[in-house]
Ligand binder design. Structure first.
Ligand SMILES: Cc1cc2nc3c(=O)[nH]c(=O)nc-3n(C[C@H](O)[C@H](O)[C@H](O)COP(=O)(O)O)c2cc1C
Length: 234
């Protein structure tokens, strides 16, 4: 049995837009904020069903309290042995030079759309647990878990995020004089979601309108031997 999440009426119109235009963007959707229709296998919290990763951000600046709250959520993420071997470098569009400098750290496919976002963040990890003088095998996992807190808190504040692995590691190391113990992991764009017409590239407008899909629970949840679906049922 499938359960709908929220926003049936909004989603209904998104569906119409998609069915009219296939994978492209629809005139119906062009001038408004897209929401992603979802059909979860069982009901889950609306912060999770509402969250998605848009590319269209408005140029509205982010309230400092909201930015701090998102970073505070990151701070309280779990990490192996609670060592928190991570760092987050934040720039805001109101500092145009710093914002442009971080854009220069992003790969070409991530060049045009993140330019709209009022906040850009780079995540870093320290893979060696210096106090114990040994590798921390979970360090990258931990920084990703911490980064995953960001979209949830952002959603609660009517903000959206978009994570990017497409970054230039060498450019980042030089630009920010990154100490040798740390490695960059990803970039994150954050802000208020905007309308489709803010995206200048056709391919990004098309990607923005893509349906929101996931593998089924049967494909990812196993039981007994590996490869055997758990076949959970209500
Ligand atoms: C670790 C990570 C790296 C990603 N890298 C990129 C990227 O470089 N460029 C991009 O446009 N999207 C990137 N994404 C966004 C994903 O494509 C997106 O999260 C995925 O399609 C699921 O969509 P949703 O977040 O809207 O649910 C990345 C997401 C994650 C979690």
């Amino acid at each position: 049995m499938l359960w709908g999440g929220k926003h049936y009426s909004t989603n209904f119109y998104c569906f119409i837009g998609w069915s009219l235009q296939g994978r492209g963007f629809s005139p119906l959707a062009r001038g408004r904020k897209l929401e992603k229709p979802e059909e979860t296998a069982v009901p889950i919290h609306e912060l999770l069903t509402n969250r998605w990763s848009p590319r269209a951000f408005t140029d509205r600046s982010m309230e400092q309290g909201k930015l701090m709250a998102v970073l505070e959520a990151v701070r309280w993420a779990a990490s192996s042995n609670n060592v928190q071997l991570w760092a987050f470098l934040v720039v805001q569009k109101k500092d145009a030079v710093a914002h442009d400098a971080m854009l220069a750290c992003l790969m070409d496919r991530n060049k045009s759309w993140p330019a709209l976002a009022p906040v850009l963040i780079l995540t870093f990890v320290e893979p060696i647990w210096t106090e114990q003088d040994r590798d921390n095998a979970t360090a990258v996992h931990d920084v990703r878990v911490a980064s995953a807190m960001m979209p949830i808190q952002a959603e609660a504040l009517d903000l959206r995020t978009h994570h990017m692995a497409g970054i230039h590691h060498d450019v980042i190391r030089a630009a920010y004089v990154v100490s040798e113990e740390f490695n960059a992991v990803s970039a994150i764009a954050m802000g208020h979601q905007g309308t489709l017409d803010l995206l200048t590239e056709d391919k990004n407008r098309a990607r923005e309108s893509n349906p929101w899909t996931r593998k089924s629970l049967d494909e990812i949840v196993l039981a007994g031997t590996f490869g055997t679906p758990a076949k959970l049922a209500l």
